[in-house]
Design a protein around this ligand. Structure first.
Ligand SMILES: Cc1cc2nc3c(=O)[nH]c(=O)nc-3n(C[C@H](O)[C@H](O)[C@H](O)COP(=O)(O)O)c2cc1C
Length: 326
């Protein structure tokens, strides 16, 4: 299959494999790792437009960037067109692309009228895009789910409104809000949206292997795919999809490769956030790197008892060298 180079307004991507925005996951060190495996575009965690205009320190930390990770998409969430436009102006210089979250199912976000709650208010979707479009000249995208629930699958309507108001591309995670992450993603919705619109359409949902990635591109005709949970502890998924697309041999990591990348990830995290936060936040990532290997459950348990970075490094070294020998 020929490698596509999606064009999002002025931004041309080098390939069709994008890192999905994920709250609590796609912080700067994670993005740098995924970038180094070939992601053509990486996304920040979603950032509160309200928080941003109030200039909260926490929000600023979410927005820290590194020169090696560009092009970088920043995702905002909010429900108020005026607030979102103000936030868009603030990040104008820091981002290659701005995305507005219209799919998040998390209660706290939905209760505030943002995320997937917006799918119930198509008119407000239009108002938000119009307001942001006025102030943000760069590539502007939205990310949606298929609808609020099974009885209101309005992704085609939302897509048409977005296109008419000047959005440059749209990502669909084809599950309604009510489905959470259960069952399968309905890839056929991605194909329907692609047929209905002229702007690029990106697909997100259930890509856990290189073959899945290729199949989503082939079955839906979408312009690019997003890597979400499939990339946990497995940045190789990106290079594997790219290899498959290029007709090259797909390479799987051995224990030594996993150790090297897990360690690099840990070091980048430490560099950016310091020891305390790294000990807290890297545990899940390190368990994902270890997943499926002999002794992974012991490793997970031992990791819970560490309170210093050098202990974690030693544990990693021992675990991966033993699994190599096994
Ligand atoms: C932990 C987690 C956090 C997420 N946070 C966001 C987010 O901040 N913004 C967003 O648009 N989607 C978010 N998503 C949805 C993903 O971007 C993606 O659309 C979804 O996980 C489906 O893709 P997957 O099956 O490849 O994981 C999140 C998903 C997960 C699992």
């Amino acid at each position: 299959m020929q490698i596509r180079h999606p064009q999002i307004k002025s931004l041309q991507l080098s390939n069709p494999v994008i890192l999905a925005p994920m709250a609590g996951i796609t912080c700067l060190p994670y993005r740098r790792i995924m970038k180094s495996f070939g992601a053509s575009l990486v996304f920040s965690e979603m950032v509160s437009a309200n928080g941003l205009i109030r200039d909260g320190q926490k929000t600023q930390l979410l927005l820290a960037t590194h020169q090696n990770e560009f092009p970088l998409g920043i995702q905002l969430f909010g429900d108020d067109p005026v607030v979102l436009a103000k936030a868009a102006e603030i990040i104008k210089e820091d981002s290659s692309l701005l995305d507005i979250n219209m799919g998040c199912p998390v209660k706290k976000v939905v209760r505030s009228g943002a995320g997937s709650a917006l799918l119930q208010e198509p008119q407000r979707v239009g108002q938000i895009i119009t307001a942001v479009r006025k102030v943000y000249p760069g590539p502007l995208t939205i990310k949606i789910r298929s609808g609020w629930d099974e009885n209101s699958l309005n992704f085609l309507d939302i897509g048409r409104i977005a296109e008419a108001e000047g959005v440059d591309a749209i990502t669909l995670h084809p599950r309604p809000r009510s489905q959470g992450f259960s069952g399968n993603a309905h890839w056929e919705h991605i194909a329907e949206l692609k047929s209905a619109l002229n702007i690029p359409v990106f697909g997100s949902g259930d890509i856990f292997s290189a073959e899945d990635g290729l199949q989503m591109l082939q079955q839906t005709g979408c312009d690019a795919i997003m890597i979400g949970r499939g990339g946990y502890g497995n940045p190789w998924l990106i290079s594997q999809i790219l290899a498959l697309l290029a007709g090259e041999k797909v390479v799987y990591p051995n224990s030594e490769d996993k150790f090297r990348v897990a360690l690099q990830h840990l070091q980048l995290h430490h560099e950016h956030f310091g020891e305390k936060k790294t000990l807290l936040e890297m545990r899940k990532h390190l368990c994902w790197y270890a997943k499926g290997l002999d002794g992974a459950s012991h490793f997970r348990a031992a990791l819970q008892n560490t309170d210093q970075l050098n202990q974690v490094v030693e544990l990693l070294r021992t675990f991966f060298s033993q699994t190599e020998a096994a």
